[in-house]
Design a protein around this ligand. Structure first.
Ligand SMILES: [Zn+2]
Ligand SMILES: [Zn+2]
Length: 247
């Protein structure tokens, strides 16, 4: 039996209808992590060591700020993280700059360009890293393992999977990568043909809904039923890019 801490959220997400189940899992997990990093954990030295080194990406920093909770805690996190950036990036930046802004002799110009690119690489690496993204990636991988395990061992889960409304594109790709990683050839073939069926059906239905949404602007259709197209735009955006919380 796979670990329960991963099985229960997976079953809950697949029991909920509508949104991409993996978006539901990611949203719940993100919410828990935001709470965690603004809670008592932020005073623990081990936690601070990782937040100082890795920091948070743009999306998750904005989410931490927008919760409007524990401003002091967020201040402390950002202070020690920024202090880490200062001690790490200032030397890298200074190394890339010619001393005193001096003009360069032609022999040194190649070295100079390389030091600029090295500094840019380092800054980009620091700008990209995020402790929440990292933990999300790890946990999503555990969830995938549970999804595949249950798909082939639990008929009731397989039924839920087969009847779901499809996945957003990022999570569709994640499922395909997971199938390649966790399943043998025969299992992968069975799983992916079912996934293709679900996904094609759901994308076609969405496409029809968006089309009807646009046709409703034609005065001849003004009084006709909206069918399933009233919320077609937010559903399309969530489906194409992953759930952005649009309703
Ligand atoms: Zn998704
Ligand atoms: Zn992030």
């Amino acid at each position: 039996m796979k670990e329960k801490i991963y099985t229960i959220p997976v079953n809950d997400a697949f029991a909920a209808t509508g949104a991409c189940p993996l978006c539901t899992l990611a949203a719940t997990m993100t919410e828990n992590l935001l709470q965690y990093y603004l809670g008592p954990a932020l005073m623990e030295p081990d936690v601070r060591k990782t937040t100082n080194e890795k920091g948070f990406c743009r999306e998750h920093l904005a989410a931490l700020y927008n919760r409007e909770e524990n401003r002091l805690g967020l201040g402390l996190l950002l202070h020690t993280h920024t202090s880490d950036l200062v001690s790490d990036l200032n030397p890298a930046l200074s190394r890339s700059a010619p001393a005193g802004g001096a003009r360069l002799f032609s022999g040194r110009k190649k070295d100079f360009r390389q030091s600029l690119l090295a500094a840019a690489d380092k800054i980009e690496e620091r700008a990209r890293s995020c402790v929440i993204c990292e933990r999300l990636d790890y946990t999503m991988d555990r969830y995938l393992d549970v999804i595949f395990f249950q798909y082939f061992t639990e008929p009731s889960f397989k039924k839920q999977f087969d009847e779901c409304q499809g996945y957003c594109l990022p999570h569709l790709a994640l499922l395909l990568r997971g199938a390649a990683k966790y399943l043998n050839q025969n299992q992968a073939a069975e799983f992916v043909s079912q996934l293709a069926l679900i996904q094609n059906r759901s994308l076609q239905a969405l496409c029809d809904d968006i089309e009807w949404f646009t046709q409703k602007f034609d005065y001849r259709n003004q009084n006709k039923d909206w069918k399933n197209s009233r919320d077609a735009l937010p559903r399309a955006i969530n489906k194409i890019r992953g759930d952005c919380g649009l309703k």
